[in-house]
Design a protein around this ligand. Structure first.
Ligand code: SF4
Length: 340
């Protein structure tokens, strides 16, 4: 299982102390990609055209992968593509449960969860939490980004449905050039929808996001105030909040909400290969640090930005931190994250 963050509301100095923690080498979570078909066509999709290159895995193949995976961890995330458009998803979730998986997360664009019967089937089969994605505070914005008319209404309803079934809901919102100014309004909507936790993840410029780099990828220095305002909305409402793929130097005062320090060590069953350690991949290949980063107090634990970002924009925005700042006063602060 994943290592929980420090109990209570850890201070910035608590976050700093993770520099002394030894690397966790055991697999803590399984991420199984069931295929790449999807009912959205997001401008920023990291999977890009995989839906045309790889079919969905067969039920039998996924059952075998689940039987292999339980040897490593009892925590699993079903992801894709879009997992909920598979007719066999309840059966696969049930198989995972029967094998002994205790934590079973459904990572989804959330549209199919609007169909209450499907949501109920997944809960009955053993799903323990849902991770839908909402990228805008209103239909015009979300549907523009997903290129799927009606997706905002369906995803919003889907979140309400699984909350009404008593499920834990952890949403993800991709930060793009189109939506970053509206993150506080999106946060307010997520609070109204009753999510337990939300995460703002900086767009990863690969796949479709790389194809549309100019339209999708904002400057990190521009998004910073909106991200922090968006986090404060959730904190004031007592929700857990997180950010992903934004280095500590752009999260000054909010270091404790940087997700990378809590992400479990994950083994990924991808389309046609298995990645044993996604944390190591991010640290050694996926992300990059700049020439001044060794001066920074966060250097050991920081992963840096996705490497495609400085390839285009350079490292000038990443200014080494020489002393941590005091955390912001946040009523109802529910800092920390026990699920990602
Ligand atoms: S200066 Fe470099 S090491 Fe420090 S937080 Fe920024 S990206 Fe990370």
């Amino acid at each position: 299982m994943s290592k929980p963050p420090p109990p209570g509301a850890p201070s910035v100095s608590d976050a700093e102390s993770t520099e002394c923690v030894q690397p966790r080498l055991a697999t803590e979570r399984i991420d199984i990609k069931t295929g790449f078909h999807c009912n959205n066509k997001c401008f920023f999709c990291v999977q890009g055209d995989k839906r045309f290159e790889h079919g969905d895995k067969s039920t039998a193949d996924i059952r075998v992968q689940l039987e292999r995976a339980i040897e490593d961890s009892d925590s699993i995330v079903f992801t894709g593509g879009e997992v909920t458009i598979r007719k066999d998803l309840p059966e696969l979730v049930g198989h995972a449960r029967s094998l002994g998986f205790k934590s079973i997360q459904i990572q989804t664009n959330g549209r199919m969860l609007a169909y209450r019967k499907l949501a109920e089937q997944l809960v009955e089969a053993g799903a323990t939490e849902f991770s839908p994605a909402l990228h805008g505070h209103k239909a015009e914005l979300h549907d523009y980004l997903t290129r799927a008319p009606g997706s905002f209404d369906q995803t919003s309803k889907g979140i309400r449905v699984v909350k009404s079934l008593g499920m834990t809901v952890i949403t993800n919102s991709v930060i793009t050039r189109s939506n970053f100014r509206h993150l506080p309004e999106l946060a307010a909507l997520l609070v109204r929808l009753g999510v337990d936790q939300y995460q703002f993840a900086f767009v990863h410029p690969v796949g479709s996001a790389m194809t549309h780099f100019g339209a999708m990828v904002p400057r990190m220095s521009m998004i910073e105030p909106y991200v922090k305002r968006g986090l404060r909305v959730g904190l004031a409402a007592g929700r857990r909040v997180m950010t992903e793929a934004i280095p500590y130097c752009l999260m000054r005062g909010y270091e404790r909400y940087v997700a990378e320090q809590y992400i479990p060590r994950t083994k990924i069953f991808d389309a046609d290969f298995v990645l044993d350690d996604y944390t190591e991949f991010r640290m050694t290949e996926g992300k990059a640090k700049g020439p001044r980063c060794p001066e920074c107090v966060h250097f050991t634990i920081c992963e840096g930005p996705w490497r495609e970002y400085p390839d285009e924009y350079g490292f000038d925005e990443f200014i080494p931190v020489t002393a941590p700042e005091a955390p912001p006063a946040a009523p109802g602060d529910a800092a920390g994250k026990d699920r990602l």
